[in-house]
Design a protein around this ligand. Structure first.
Ligand code: FAD
Length: 451
């Protein structure tokens, strides 16, 4: 079967040796602890499910923390909150801890803490605050945490995933489960289990970026910096021609600016390519800091404060689900029968030639995310969350922001909890029960009335 660029549908890619120990047995094993996996684990654990979460990184947050993207977008649209539930609770907890603020206009923060009001705009968190809060919530909800643990394969039987083959520090082992959620960003579990996956073409998977922070830019004015950046671009003086707009914002720490400037193109499903891109991006950071210092008075005395360990990957591979978000759906805004959260009608950002990809169309508004995009097509116990859900690669902006990943995670974890309680499977789950459960737990499933 050919989808987008390439796709595969094969038997598991790896069979673990028979003598590998079983290191744990759970009701649900969540692969990946980014926003999608985090919310899946919390939702299921709160419903009484015995959950383990597995990630190769040292701590939770995925791209948001390890690739320095603590700007929580997609939580509000047109002055209305569109994602609730776990995302809402997380933001209010962060705000109470002084680790998140709601944005105001293009470059400042609302003076009022967001824990005391409706969330009507995107929020900015601190990376460290986000990391700690995610970790606290996992612990409070009794989720067993397997960090520093790489998933290298999966065992399967009768359309079920039965175990993850993992490589923790103590040596290779199996983690068995009744259900699994793939929240690895690039469908690493689905692919290793032999499920069908979709690999985006180079022009669909957007640029890769190392976001860096500059310190010592006390006089930062985002409008002024953006105007000057655009002028310099018109004059051909921006070293990276692909960046035709300034993408940066004020961090919570005074004088610190978060700069989304570097960009490269390549295959994120290949370690040597990742290494090449990583090196190129770090050199762009070095040159970029010098360029910003010389071209912008605001940054004259700035210094590099933070560069993350891991380059940010926006899209790559996703799982093929029971249903798929397609360009046709988004263009035509077709009705969604079984919504589990709200996504955006927007696509074509971070193009590889310039910010707006050549195939971008000016659609706007919101569109619900269908439940069956969260169920892997080939398995009955494999849920999907975050940017791994079934979506044509070009459409990933509809579902990839952190708030949408939290929403799909909450839905996937809730679906697993209900399927376990009913002794059924994900495709068999009665959607009306899932919808009631999600609403009772604060999720927003339908487009709010337009003002
Ligand atoms: C440069 C950049 C800027 C962005 N800016 C914003 C922004 O401003 N606002 C916004 O809302 N969104 C932004 N995003 C998008 C958003 O951050 C991501 O789409 C979102 O974090 C994806 O969440 P996820 O849970 O699906 O996956 P991820 O956050 O990618 O998490 C996947 C997790 O799976 C783990 N994993 C993968 N493979 C394995 C394996 N084999 N074994 C063990 N663990 C594994 C990874 O270590 C990772 O922790 C940005 C993304 C990028 C790349």
């Amino acid at each position: 079967m050919t989808l987008d660029g390439q796709s595969t549908s094969v038997s598991p890619l790896f069979t673990p040796p028979a003598n590998w120990p079983v290191a744990g047995e759970y009701d649900l094993v969540v692969a990946g602890a980014g926003p999608g996996g985090f919310a899946a684990a919390i939702a299921a654990a709160r419903a009484g499910v015995r959950v383990a979460i597995v990630d190769q990184a040292a701590s939770p947050g995925g791209t948001a923390t390890h690739s320095n993207c603590p700007h929580i977008m997609g939580v509000a649209y047109d002055g209305r909150q569109i994602v609730g539930g776990i995302a809402d609770q997380l933001l209010r907890r962060l705000s109470q801890a002084g680790q998140a603020r709601m944005q105001k206009g293009v470059g400042d923060f609302e003076p009022e803490p967001l824990d005391r009001r409706e969330i009507t705009r995107d929020a900015v968190a601190s990376v460290n605050g986000l990391n700690l809060e995610l970790s606290r919530m996992l612990e409070e909800n009794g989720v067993e945490q397997w960090f520093y643990t790489r998933i290298i394969g999966a065992t399967t039987e009768n359309h079920r995933v039965t175990a993850l083959a993992v490589d923790p520090a103590e040596g290779p082992a199996l983690l068995k489960g009744k259900f699994f959620v793939d929240a690895t960003g690039d469908a690493h579990l689905a692919w290793r289990a032999g499920a069908r996956v979709r690999v985006g073409r180079p022009d669909e998977v957007m640029t890769k970026t190392l976001i860096f922070d500059l310190d010592g830019a006390a006089e930062f004015d985002r409008v002024r910096v953006s105007q000057r950046f655009e002028q310099l671009h018109k004059e051909g003086k921006v070293p990276l021609a692909v960046q035709d707009r300034f993408m940066g914002f004020r961090c919570l720490a005074p004088g610190k600016i978060h700069v989304n400037y570097t960009a490269t193109v390549g295959n994120a499903l290949d370690s040597r390519e990742l290494t090449r891109m990583d090196t190129a991006l770090r050199r762009q950071v070095e040159a970029g800091v010098a360029w910003f210092k010389s071209e912008f008075p605001e940054f004259k005395n700035a210094c590099l404060a933070h560069v993350p360990d891991t380059i940010g990957l926006r899209a790559g591979r996703s799982a093929v689900g029971r249903e798929t978000i397609t360009q046709q759906d988004i263009d035509d805004n077709t009705p969604v029968a079984e919504p589990v959260g709200l996504g955006l009608r927007r696509y074509g950002d971070h193009g590889i030639q310039r910010f707006a990809a050549a195939w971008r169309k000016p659609v706007s508004g919101l569109r619900p995310i269908p439940w069956r995009t969260l169920i892997a097509g080939d398995f009955i116990n494999l849920g999907l969350a975050g940017r791994t859900i079934s979506c044509e690669t070009k459409m990933i902006t509809c579902i990839r922001y952190i708030a949408q990943c939290l929403a799909t995670g909450q839905a996937a974890g809730s679906g697993v909890a209900l399927a376990l309680a009913d002794n059924s499977t994900l495709p068999e789950l009665d959607y009306s029960r899932l919808a009631s459960h999600l609403k009772a737990n604060g999720a927003i499933l339908q487009v709010p009335d337009q003002r």
